[in-house]
Design a protein. Structure first.
Length: 256
Protein backbone atom coordinates (compact mmCIF):
# COMPACT_ATOMS: atom_id res chain seq x y z
CA UNK A 1 0.00 0.00 0.00
CA UNK A 2 2.82 2.39 0.87
CA UNK A 3 4.44 1.68 -2.49
CA UNK A 4 1.18 2.47 -4.29
CA UNK A 5 0.82 5.77 -2.39
CA UNK A 6 4.47 6.59 -3.14
CA UNK A 7 4.04 5.91 -6.88
CA UNK A 8 0.76 7.85 -7.05
CA UNK A 9 2.43 10.78 -5.26
CA UNK A 10 5.27 10.81 -7.78
CA UNK A 11 2.89 10.61 -10.75
CA UNK A 12 0.74 13.46 -9.40
CA UNK A 13 3.82 15.59 -8.69
CA UNK A 14 5.23 14.97 -12.18
CA UNK A 15 1.87 15.70 -13.84
CA UNK A 16 1.51 18.98 -11.95
CA UNK A 17 5.09 19.93 -12.76
CA UNK A 18 4.63 19.23 -16.48
CA UNK A 19 1.35 21.18 -16.52
CA UNK A 20 3.05 24.13 -14.83
CA UNK A 21 6.12 24.09 -17.08
CA UNK A 22 3.95 24.11 -20.20
CA UNK A 23 2.16 27.25 -19.00
CA UNK A 24 5.28 29.24 -18.13
CA UNK A 25 6.47 32.06 -20.39
CA UNK A 26 10.17 31.16 -20.24
CA UNK A 27 11.30 34.23 -22.16
CA UNK A 28 9.65 36.46 -19.57
CA UNK A 29 11.13 34.36 -16.74
CA UNK A 30 14.66 34.81 -18.12
CA UNK A 31 14.05 38.54 -18.52
CA UNK A 32 12.97 38.81 -14.87
CA UNK A 33 15.99 36.80 -13.69
CA UNK A 34 18.39 39.06 -15.60
CA UNK A 35 16.62 42.16 -14.31
CA UNK A 36 16.94 40.97 -10.71
CA UNK A 37 20.70 40.38 -10.82
CA UNK A 38 22.95 38.00 -8.87
CA UNK A 39 23.37 40.31 -5.85
CA UNK A 40 19.61 40.34 -5.23
CA UNK A 41 19.41 36.56 -5.54
CA UNK A 42 22.18 36.14 -2.99
CA UNK A 43 20.57 38.62 -0.59
CA UNK A 44 17.12 37.04 -0.98
CA UNK A 45 18.53 33.55 -0.44
CA UNK A 46 20.36 34.69 2.69
CA UNK A 47 17.14 36.24 4.01
CA UNK A 48 15.26 33.00 3.37
CA UNK A 49 17.89 30.93 5.19
CA UNK A 50 17.42 33.02 8.34
CA UNK A 51 13.92 31.54 8.67
CA UNK A 52 15.44 28.19 9.65
CA UNK A 53 16.56 29.57 13.02
CA UNK A 54 13.04 30.45 14.29
CA UNK A 55 11.75 27.19 12.77
CA UNK A 56 14.30 25.18 14.75
CA UNK A 57 13.76 27.19 17.93
CA UNK A 58 9.99 26.75 17.64
CA UNK A 59 10.26 22.97 17.28
CA UNK A 60 12.71 22.79 20.18
CA UNK A 61 10.23 24.62 22.42
CA UNK A 62 7.32 22.52 21.22
CA UNK A 63 9.20 19.37 22.24
CA UNK A 64 10.20 20.73 25.67
CA UNK A 65 7.38 18.99 27.60
CA UNK A 66 8.75 15.68 26.30
CA UNK A 67 12.49 16.40 26.34
CA UNK A 68 14.82 19.39 26.14
CA UNK A 69 16.84 18.91 22.95
CA UNK A 70 19.99 20.74 21.75
CA UNK A 71 19.09 23.49 19.30
CA UNK A 72 21.82 22.38 16.87
CA UNK A 73 20.33 18.87 16.66
CA UNK A 74 16.81 20.21 16.13
CA UNK A 75 18.05 22.63 13.46
CA UNK A 76 19.80 19.78 11.67
CA UNK A 77 16.56 17.79 11.66
CA UNK A 78 14.59 20.74 10.27
CA UNK A 79 17.10 21.31 7.45
CA UNK A 80 17.16 17.57 6.68
CA UNK A 81 13.37 17.50 6.47
CA UNK A 82 13.26 20.45 4.09
CA UNK A 83 15.94 18.90 1.91
CA UNK A 84 14.00 15.61 1.78
CA UNK A 85 10.77 17.45 0.88
CA UNK A 86 12.51 18.75 -2.23
CA UNK A 87 12.97 15.24 -3.61
CA UNK A 88 10.21 13.18 -1.96
CA UNK A 89 6.47 13.43 -2.72
CA UNK A 90 3.61 13.82 -0.22
CA UNK A 91 5.70 15.88 2.23
CA UNK A 92 7.53 12.73 3.31
CA UNK A 93 10.39 14.91 4.46
CA UNK A 94 8.42 15.50 7.67
CA UNK A 95 8.74 11.78 8.45
CA UNK A 96 12.46 11.97 7.69
CA UNK A 97 12.77 14.90 10.12
CA UNK A 98 10.86 13.09 12.87
CA UNK A 99 12.80 9.87 12.33
CA UNK A 100 16.15 11.65 12.46
CA UNK A 101 15.43 13.38 15.78
CA UNK A 102 13.73 10.32 17.24
CA UNK A 103 16.69 8.11 16.44
CA UNK A 104 19.43 10.48 17.60
CA UNK A 105 17.77 11.91 20.71
CA UNK A 106 15.86 8.82 21.90
CA UNK A 107 12.49 10.54 21.85
CA UNK A 108 9.27 8.90 20.71
CA UNK A 109 8.67 9.06 16.96
CA UNK A 110 4.96 9.50 17.71
CA UNK A 111 5.70 12.56 19.82
CA UNK A 112 7.88 14.05 17.06
CA UNK A 113 5.21 13.49 14.39
CA UNK A 114 2.44 14.85 16.63
CA UNK A 115 4.49 17.98 17.33
CA UNK A 116 4.96 18.46 13.57
CA UNK A 117 1.19 18.09 13.19
CA UNK A 118 0.69 20.87 15.75
CA UNK A 119 3.36 22.92 13.98
CA UNK A 120 1.45 22.65 10.69
CA UNK A 121 -1.71 23.88 12.42
CA UNK A 122 0.15 27.01 13.60
CA UNK A 123 1.55 27.47 10.10
CA UNK A 124 -1.88 27.12 8.55
CA UNK A 125 -3.42 29.70 10.89
CA UNK A 126 -0.59 32.17 10.16
CA UNK A 127 -0.96 31.65 6.40
CA UNK A 128 -4.73 32.16 6.59
CA UNK A 129 -4.06 35.45 8.38
CA UNK A 130 -1.58 36.44 5.64
CA UNK A 131 -4.10 35.50 2.94
CA UNK A 132 -7.00 37.50 4.38
CA UNK A 133 -4.83 40.55 5.12
CA UNK A 134 -3.29 40.53 1.64
CA UNK A 135 -6.72 40.18 0.03
CA UNK A 136 -7.88 43.16 2.08
CA UNK A 137 -4.97 45.39 1.07
CA UNK A 138 -5.10 44.29 -2.57
CA UNK A 139 -8.89 44.74 -2.56
CA UNK A 140 -9.35 41.34 -4.20
CA UNK A 141 -12.78 39.77 -4.02
CA UNK A 142 -13.68 36.38 -5.42
CA UNK A 143 -16.93 34.72 -6.39
CA UNK A 144 -18.23 31.90 -4.17
CA UNK A 145 -17.19 29.29 -6.76
CA UNK A 146 -13.76 30.84 -7.38
CA UNK A 147 -10.71 28.63 -6.77
CA UNK A 148 -9.33 31.15 -4.27
CA UNK A 149 -12.55 30.98 -2.25
CA UNK A 150 -12.37 27.19 -2.21
CA UNK A 151 -8.76 27.35 -1.04
CA UNK A 152 -9.50 29.82 1.75
CA UNK A 153 -12.63 28.03 2.94
CA UNK A 154 -11.01 24.62 2.69
CA UNK A 155 -7.97 25.76 4.65
CA UNK A 156 -10.16 27.39 7.30
CA UNK A 157 -12.19 24.20 7.74
CA UNK A 158 -9.13 21.93 7.84
CA UNK A 159 -7.00 23.99 10.22
CA UNK A 160 -10.00 25.00 12.31
CA UNK A 161 -11.02 21.36 12.63
CA UNK A 162 -7.46 20.30 13.45
CA UNK A 163 -7.28 23.00 16.14
CA UNK A 164 -10.51 21.72 17.69
CA UNK A 165 -9.14 18.16 17.61
CA UNK A 166 -5.99 19.20 19.50
CA UNK A 167 -8.05 21.21 21.99
CA UNK A 168 -10.36 18.25 22.56
CA UNK A 169 -7.35 15.98 23.18
CA UNK A 170 -6.00 18.36 25.81
CA UNK A 171 -9.32 19.04 27.56
CA UNK A 172 -10.45 15.42 27.59
CA UNK A 173 -7.02 13.81 27.99
CA UNK A 174 -7.87 11.78 31.10
CA UNK A 175 -11.16 10.55 29.70
CA UNK A 176 -9.59 9.57 26.37
CA UNK A 177 -6.74 7.67 28.01
CA UNK A 178 -9.09 5.98 30.45
CA UNK A 179 -11.38 4.86 27.62
CA UNK A 180 -8.53 3.57 25.47
CA UNK A 181 -6.85 1.94 28.44
CA UNK A 182 -10.04 -0.01 29.05
CA UNK A 183 -10.87 -0.95 25.49
CA UNK A 184 -7.53 -1.10 23.67
CA UNK A 185 -4.67 -1.35 26.13
CA UNK A 186 -1.99 -1.63 23.41
CA UNK A 187 -2.94 1.76 21.97
CA UNK A 188 -2.81 3.52 25.35
CA UNK A 189 0.91 4.34 25.21
CA UNK A 190 0.70 5.52 21.60
CA UNK A 191 -2.18 7.90 22.27
CA UNK A 192 -0.53 9.13 25.47
CA UNK A 193 2.61 10.09 23.55
CA UNK A 194 0.52 11.78 20.86
CA UNK A 195 -1.39 13.92 23.34
CA UNK A 196 1.78 14.64 25.32
CA UNK A 197 3.19 16.33 22.22
CA UNK A 198 0.41 18.93 22.50
CA UNK A 199 1.26 19.81 26.13
CA UNK A 200 3.24 22.88 25.10
CA UNK A 201 -0.15 24.47 24.41
CA UNK A 202 -0.99 24.19 28.13
CA UNK A 203 1.94 26.44 29.00
CA UNK A 204 0.95 30.02 28.23
CA UNK A 205 4.54 31.17 27.70
CA UNK A 206 5.43 28.25 25.44
CA UNK A 207 2.28 28.69 23.38
CA UNK A 208 2.87 32.45 23.01
CA UNK A 209 6.51 31.83 22.10
CA UNK A 210 5.78 29.14 19.50
CA UNK A 211 2.97 31.15 17.91
CA UNK A 212 5.18 34.26 17.81
CA UNK A 213 7.94 32.25 16.17
CA UNK A 214 5.43 30.94 13.63
CA UNK A 215 4.50 34.52 12.76
CA UNK A 216 8.20 35.41 12.51
CA UNK A 217 8.86 32.49 10.15
CA UNK A 218 6.16 33.60 7.74
CA UNK A 219 7.04 37.28 8.05
CA UNK A 220 10.56 36.40 6.90
CA UNK A 221 9.34 34.23 4.04
CA UNK A 222 6.77 36.86 3.02
CA UNK A 223 9.54 39.45 3.04
CA UNK A 224 11.50 37.24 0.62
CA UNK A 225 8.55 37.15 -1.80
CA UNK A 226 8.06 40.90 -1.46
CA UNK A 227 11.78 41.57 -1.94
CA UNK A 228 11.95 39.70 -5.24
CA UNK A 229 8.71 41.23 -6.51
CA UNK A 230 10.09 44.69 -5.76
CA UNK A 231 13.29 43.81 -7.60
CA UNK A 232 11.11 42.93 -10.59
CA UNK A 233 9.34 46.32 -10.35
CA UNK A 234 5.99 44.77 -9.42
CA UNK A 235 3.57 47.26 -7.85
CA UNK A 236 2.27 46.64 -4.32
CA UNK A 237 5.13 44.21 -3.78
CA UNK A 238 4.46 43.68 -0.06
CA UNK A 239 0.77 42.63 -0.16
CA UNK A 240 1.33 40.75 -3.44
CA UNK A 241 4.30 38.98 -1.90
CA UNK A 242 2.31 37.83 1.12
CA UNK A 243 -0.59 36.85 -1.14
CA UNK A 244 1.73 34.62 -3.21
CA UNK A 245 3.24 33.24 0.00
CA UNK A 246 -0.17 32.30 1.40
CA UNK A 247 -1.56 30.76 -1.80
CA UNK A 248 1.56 28.73 -2.58
CA UNK A 249 2.04 27.37 0.93
CA UNK A 250 -1.63 26.72 1.67
CA UNK A 251 -1.80 24.81 -1.62
CA UNK A 252 1.03 22.64 -0.25
CA UNK A 253 -0.20 22.35 3.34
CA UNK A 254 -3.88 21.61 2.69
CA UNK A 255 -3.32 18.43 0.60
CA UNK A 256 -0.53 17.24 2.92
Amino acid sequence: MRRVVFIVGILVSVACLVWLLLRVDWANVLTMIRRTGPAAWLLGSALYLTSFFPRALRWQWMLKPAKTLPLAEVAGGVVLGFAANNVLPLRLGEFVRAGAISGREKISNTTCLASIFAEKILDGLCLLLALFLSLHFLKISSAPNHLLTWLANGAAVIFGGASLFVLLCLVCERQILKLIGTKISKAHGLVQKLIHAFHFLKNGRLFAATFSLSLLVWLIEGAVFAFFLRQMNVEQAVPRGFFCLAVVNLSILVPS
